[in-house]
Design a protein around this ligand. Sequence first.
Ligand code: GLY
Ligand code: MN
Ligand code: MN
Length: 493
Amino acid sequence: MTDENLATSASRTRTHPRRTDALSALMTEDWAATQPDWGFNRDAIELAAVRRRELAAQFPDTVLIIPSGSAKVRSNDVTYVFRPHTGFAHLTGLGVRSDPDSALVLAGGEAVLFQREPMGPGTEAFYLDGAGEYWTGRRPSMAELQTALNVPVRPIEGLVEYLTGVGRSVQVVPNVAPAVDRLLAAGAVNVDEAGSDALATALDEMRLTKTLWEVGEMQKAVDVSIRGFADVVQALPKAVSVSRGERVVEWAFLGRARIEANDIGYGSTAAAGENATTLHWDACDGLVRANDLVLLDAGAELETLYTADITRTMPVSGRFSDVQRLVYQAVLDAADAAIAAAVVGRPFQDPHDAAVTVLAERLEEWGILPVTAAESLSDDGQQHRRWMPHATSHHLGLDVHDCAGSRPENYRGATIRPNMVFTVEPGLYFQADDLSVPAEFRGIGVRIEDDIVATEDGPVNLSAGLPRTIAEIEEWMHPLLERGRALLSTATA
Ligand code: GLY
Ligand code: MN
Ligand code: MN
């Protein structure tokens, strides 16, 4: 187990000042002991302890390793901001306080967190290593982390020795941390591959229902996002005034997410006009024209890493045109039908079926479907998917597409259970060159996405506070656009 086995982070390859005895003597002494508030989330940590016990009970007689992941290289010696593996976050409660190259180990009733020793004041790595705390800021000591988690915290270099001592079959979440995989391989640890896949599945399936605390976190993420959407409307006059107006939309939301939360939970789609018909429009560099619709799919992510996932499609002018109104209302009716079907005890697919039924009927009514709605909805039809190609719902939580590794029978084939949280996001997308639709429909893309929690008392829309109906949207936008115009004229005066 050499340091090369652990060296994944690009920062560790950076060259920093040459060591001298004189500098070392000066740099390793006279640093005050600091006791900052590290921002650990007590609720998240306590909940994680409960989950660890649940998971360990599913895998008796094995040792489970859940790595936090490695710093990912963007290019050369530049890494992305570290984001821990979701299973690690779920089972530690550390959220953004997680470090790369850590591994949570569960052996029966015992949990141990292995991680890199902090390169703090008093160590030479403090200033000689690019990841040292002189460069990157102070981190909690292992003792502080141990106290916060109430779990033993040990140096990652001791992982193999610990596993050898426990002497049980080892399962490690695959494809998360090359550094940990290399460490296990170098230590000749025998990893149970099939069991490891089962562990990855179990981690995702554990999150299929949320606790009330988690739902509360998601409500907070939604509430920040709602304020972000208002910022976007206020920024629309500026968006219209520049050549890459979609960037203004993207930036306005990002600003709110970064200021009030941790970040965005996924790359936003900010798409005006015909760009809204491209599902994965991530360039976000197009024009925003006064008569366009603008589609924003964006969600704020908290420090606990719970995220929102919301889409609204809004008229840049503040008023929908007749054809925009027609398409928007169809999608809204589909969304309402889907939410009404998000009922405990019904199949998870029911909201999707309800949404596409409404959309197929509307496409038939408009003369766009080449067959009847019923024919299109049949298994061997499906022509409506030319204009509504995606699923209506996915689970939401720590990941935007939460629980994606669940077995199909526990996800799309499952029954809706209380405290499942999922999106409802129907859309209609008429691409600009789609000759199969009347000319006035071409270039219109509409999606409405809300975050729903299923309860015994019926579906609750966490994002209901963000206007959805045509009248609500127009009324909500009016003063925000006024303010945006006033700000723009002050800025350009
Ligand atoms: N924002 C990605 C999605 O809606 O699924
Ligand atoms: Mn979504
Ligand atoms: Mn979305």
